[in-house]
Design a protein around this ligand. Structure first.
Ligand SMILES: Nc1nc2c(ncn2[C@@H]2O[C@H](COP(=O)(O)OP(=O)(O)OP(=O)(O)O)[C@@H](O)[C@H]2O)c(=O)[nH]1
Ligand SMILES: [Mg+2]
Length: 278
């Protein structure tokens, strides 16, 4: 049977390392994907929040629906949380840096940790905080494998590996895979991950903002027929007029993850992927 969850050893180790560091930290910054800020909450945040200030940064603002992102920021601020949204590729983090500056102790550097699920932009955010490209970043999940300290601009910042809740089920991993936060090849293959993506888009009324932009027929067709049409559209034909569905699935999932289908949010306040989490 194909595996449905991805939890490599470095995640368990990262979680242990973060727990043991908690006492030394002043503030934790949780990076979440602006397209699904509840489903991409860190499994470590609930525990950490009990003992340290935890601030929320929504990344990939440029890929999310702008109105929905503004509503999320209001939603978190109404809950009393410090929250911002950024396109991390094009920001200098000014409002964040102004807020964090106020927390600096007089006689030592401020100690921050950046936490979150895989591939949300934690290392990229850290580099912006310290003002240099020190932590490695990359488009695949699992680039950061352990906890490391970085220094810059009067901050001491911990980068941590992306961690998924070891108890999370296949549905959570599939949603993360649509955002490039889990490994489709490890959790059942691209075809099944893409079929679930299409069903989600249909059920949540997100067709116009996503698959509609590809110009394929839908949204009333079955996910299988839609994926077939996507494959034809994207040139994944094989002998006999068939479509390589695994390849079509990969192209579809990768396109959405990279924002190539258009700007879209998979969750909005009051409209989350996994109801019991909000
Ligand atoms: N479009 C866009 N891409 C972003 C943004 N933030 C990060 N990325 C991209 O997301 C990918 C992941 O960035 P990283 O900083 O390596 O993410 P991470 O959370 O440290 O990932 P792991 O260490 O693998 O868990 C990179 O390809 C970045 O270019 C953003 O705001 N907008
Ligand atoms: Mg990283």
């Amino acid at each position: 049977m194909p595996r449905t969850v991805w939890f490599p050893g470095h995640m368990a180790k990262g979680l242990r390392q973060l727990r043991s560091l908690l006492d030394k930290l002043d503030v934790l910054v949780e990076v979440r994907d602006a397209r699904a800020p509840e489903a991409t909450a860190s499994p470590f945040s609930a525990q950490a929040e009990k003992v340290k200030p935890l601030w929320v940064v929504l990344s990939k603002r440029d890929l999310a629906d702008e109105d929905v992102t503004k509503r999320w920021i209001r939603f978190y601020r109404d809950q009393g949380k410090m929250a911002w949204a950024f396109d991390l590729r094009r920001t200098q983090l000014k409002p964040f840096l102004a807020a964090v500056e106020m927390k600096k102790p007089v006689h030592r550097e401020l100690r921050l940790a950046v936490i979150g699920v895989p591939n949300v932009g934690k290392s990229m955010f850290l580099n912006l905080v310290i003002g240099k490209k020190a932590a490695p970043t990359g488009a695949v999940p699992g680039v950061t494998r352990g906890v490391s300290w970085y220094r810059g601009r009067g901050f001491l910042v911990v980068d941590s590996p992306g961690i998924v809740d070891p108890k999370s089920d296949a549905a959570v991993h599939r949603l993360l895979a649509w955002l490039a936060g889990s490994r489709s090849d490890v959790i059942g293959g691209y075809e099944s991950v893409a079929l679930d993506f299409i069903s989600y888009i249909q059920e949540r009324g997100l067709w116009e903002k996503t698959l509609g932009n590809l110009g394929v027929e839908g949204p009333a067709l079955s996910p299988e027929d839609i994926l077939f049409n996507v494959g034809k559209r994207l040139g994944c034909l094989v002998k006999g007029g068939n479509v390589d569905l695994e390849r079509a699935g990969k192209m579809l999932v990768d396109s959405f993850a990279a924002g190539k289908l258009g700007r879209a949010s998979l969750e909005a306040p009051g409209f989350v992927a996994f109801g019991d989490r909000q």
